[in-house]
Design a protein around this ligand. Sequence first.
Ligand SMILES: Cc1ncc(COP(=O)(O)O)c(C=O)c1O
Length: 403
Amino acid sequence: MTARTPAAAGSLAIDGGRPIRTQLLPYARQSISDADIAAVAEALRSDWLTTGPRVTQFEQELAAAAGSTHAVAFSSGTAALHGATAAAGLGPGDEAITTPMTFAATANAVLYVGAEPRFADIDPGTLLIEPDLVAAAITPRTRAILPVDYAGHPADYDALRRIADAAPSGPLTIIADASHSLGAMFRGRPVGTLADMTVLSLHPAKILTTGEGGAVLTDRDDYAAHLRRFRNHGIATELAARRDWTYAMVELGYNYRLTDIGAALGSSQLHRLGEFLGRRREIAARYLERLAGHDLLDLPVVLPGAEPAWHFAFIQLRLDRLRVDRGAIYHALRAEGIGVNVHYIPVHQHPYYRDRFPGVSMPVAEAAYERMLTIPLFPAMTDADADDVVAALDKVTTAYRIA
Ligand SMILES: Cc1ncc(COP(=O)(O)O)c(C=O)c1O
C-alpha cells in the first residue's frame, strides 16, 4: 500500500478529533449538466409530458448503446423487473433462482407474478451469484435465473447459460438484473447482450438516470411486445399506431410508463455514458491501487475478462484483526465525513422473507454482510475526494486494530 497521507494521523472525529472532511462526501450522486436541464425544459415546453416521442427515441438510443435489439422503458427498475418476470411467463408453481446479495426488488419481482424465489449463495470475493450453487438449487419447478451484476461487475453469464440450458426443466430464462452495470463488459461482450432479458434501473444513484426509471433490453421480439403491453395496462395497440378511439386490452397490465420528461433526461445523459464510465473506472482503479495490500481490508475481486461499470465500490473489513464491528467503523467513517453505506442486507434476512421462507441459510452472503461497506463513487468525484476516502479508511481501521 502507498504512503499514508498526513490526514491519517490524529484521533478519530467520532472521539472529538479533526475529521478528514468537514462536508460529507456522499456514496453516490447524480451528474446533471446544463444540456440535461435544457433537454428536460424542452420536453416540458412540448406537447408531451407523459409517454410520447421522446420515450421512443430514448429506447432506440439506449438499445443502440447497449447492443440489444430492443429497449423497453419503464417507470422504475422495479417495474422493469416485474415486466421481465411476466414476459418470461413465470407464474404460480414456478421457481426462479436469484442472489441474496441484492436489493429486495429483484426477488420481489418473482413474487409479484406468483412464483417463488429460491436463493443461491455468492462468491466471497466478487459477491456475485455462484454458478455451481445455482445448479444445485435447480428443481423440476425452476423456470428462470435472475443474477445481479453486483456493484456493476457482470455475473458469469457463460457458466449460467450452460446451467440454464442443461436444466431438466430448461432451457431456463436468464433475466439479468443489471441495475448497476449499464456499460460493463464481460469477455468482450456488453451488458445487454448477455442474458435473455437485461433489466436496468435509471434511478439517480445509478450509471445513467431518468429521475425514476428503468428499462428491459432484449433481442427477442416477443418479449419486447409483451413488455410494451405489460407497462401499458395490457393494451395491445400503442397510442401512435391507433387509427381511432379503439384499443384492445388483451391481458392484465399496469401503468409502468416512463414520462417524456424522464426520457429527455435519459437521452441527454446517454451522450455522456462513456465519460461517466471512464471516470467511474478511474476512481475504482485509484481505490484498488491505493488500498492494495491493506491488511485490515479485503478489496473487490474482478474476474479476468470483466470490465465492471462500478456503480459503487466496496470493501470488506478484516474483522478478525479489528476490535470493533462494522457498525462502529461505519459510524466512525461517517464522522470523518465519508458517506459510507451498506449494500445489501441479504434479502432472505428481511422480516418479510424470514416469515414467508423460514430457515433459509446463505452463509457466504451473511458473512459478507457483516463486514462490507460501500464507499463513495460517482463521476464528479475528484482524485482528492477518493484520497480522502482512502485516508479515512486507513485512519479508522488502524485506530481499531487489535494490538
Ligand atoms: C440490484 C437492484 N435491483 C433493482 C433495483 C430497483 O430499481 P428502482 O429503484 O429503479 O426501482 C435496484 C435499485 O435500487 C437495485 O440496486
